[in-house]
Write a protein that binds this ligand. Structure first.
Ligand code: SF4
Length: 314
């Protein structure tokens, strides 16, 4: 499948069927922590990048074929709301199934009324807010011109007023960058203005394009939880478990996931072992065969081996 992947397991969204609406990589930001690598060209013009009916047909097939799905999650190889017509897709998915729909977005385009209108039918919207000042917003997100901090916060506040579903704001906590008391208090002020239902703290646990990205200390995470708890319920999600048990073609399934984000080797090993219960030799042989396909490379991140796509492969 070209647009649909998973389901991928996560604490926040359970078994989540991913729907990728964008060509790699189409984004309004160029975050220093982006697991998709650098944004070569920032874009802000919205388009129907792929025919909406083609995407809907894939979702329909996935709903027939895949096992348990808790959420259908629109997410992009970049900024999801750049896809013009996502509102139509959400409405059509709602006609197909009662499974709730989530939209993961950086939120940069919600200052536009027509973009806010497109998510009104979703059950949850998860926008990003990684800074409480213009300076840090620019340092972390490196946004396209015209997408400054105030516009971002005002867009999210406007969405909150119009949108009746769950608004879960994600804060990527970066060690030494936005985890000082002052930076955390600034983020809390912006969160107060937005008034989300929940705040999700996320961490840069995957390889990033910039060397300056580090995990925050446990003490800083606790401090962030304490400061943000004044505004809303704070969730610090533990990592979900990758589930490949419903895959009919493992190479295709692993490619679909690794092409969207690097995967920790031991997470992948565990997911493959779960496909062959009690047969460790078969699991190791399968992991070896996946690697021998030449589709993947292993890179080191904070001492942990991760699988990434081999971009040199034809
Ligand atoms: S908004 Fe998301 S996709 Fe875009 S650069 Fe940032 S992390 Fe990457």
């Amino acid at each position: 499948m070209k647009h649909v992947f998973g389901p991928v397991s996560s604490k926040r969204l359970g078994q989540s069927l991913g729907v990728d609406l964008l060509p790699m990589k189409s984004c309004t930001w160029n975050c220093i922590y982006c697991q998709l690598g650098k944004t070569r060209k920032l874009i802000t013009r919205r388009e129907e990048f792929f025919p909406r009916r083609e995407i809907l047909d894939e979702i329909r097939s996935a709903l027939d074929e895949k096992g348990k799905i808790d959420w259908i999650t629109f997410v992009g190889s970049g900024e999801t709301m750049l896809y013009e017509g996502i509102g139509w897709l959400i409405a059509e998915v709602k006609k197909l199934t009662a499974i709730p729909v989530a939209v993961i977005t950086n939120g940069s385009l919600f200052y536009l009324p027509e973009v806010r209108r497109e998510v009104l039918g979703a059950d949850a919207v998860l926008p990003s807010l990684n800074a409480g000042s213009e300076e840090l917003h620019r340092l972390i997100g490196r946004p396209a011109s015209g997408l400054g901090f105030r516009r971002h916060v005002e867009g999210l506040s406007a969405l909150r007023k119009e949108y009746k579903g769950k608004l879960w704001v994600e804060v990527m906590l970066l060690g030494g960058i936005n985890d000082s008391d002052e930076a955390l208090q600034d983020i809390a002020s912006a969160l107060r203005e937005i008034d989300p239902d929940m705040v999700h703290i996320v961490l840069p646990t995957r390889p990033a394009p910039e060397q300056l990205v580090h995990l925050p200390s446990g003490e800083r995470i606790d401090r962030a939880i304490a400061i943000f708890s004044d505004v809303a319920t704070v969730v610090h999600p533990s990592k979900g478990v990758m589930d490949l048990s419903a895959a009919t073609d493992l190479l295709q399934a692993v490619t679909a996931i690794v092409s969207r984000h690097p995967v920790q080797q031991r997470e992948l090993q565990k997911a493959v072992e779960n496909c062959f219960p009690g047969d460790e030799a078969k699991a190791s042989e399968t992991v070896g065969a996946l690697l021998e396909s030449g589709m993947f490379l292993i890179v080191d991140h904070n001492g942990e081996p991760y699988w990434v796509m081999n971009t040199q492969k034809d």
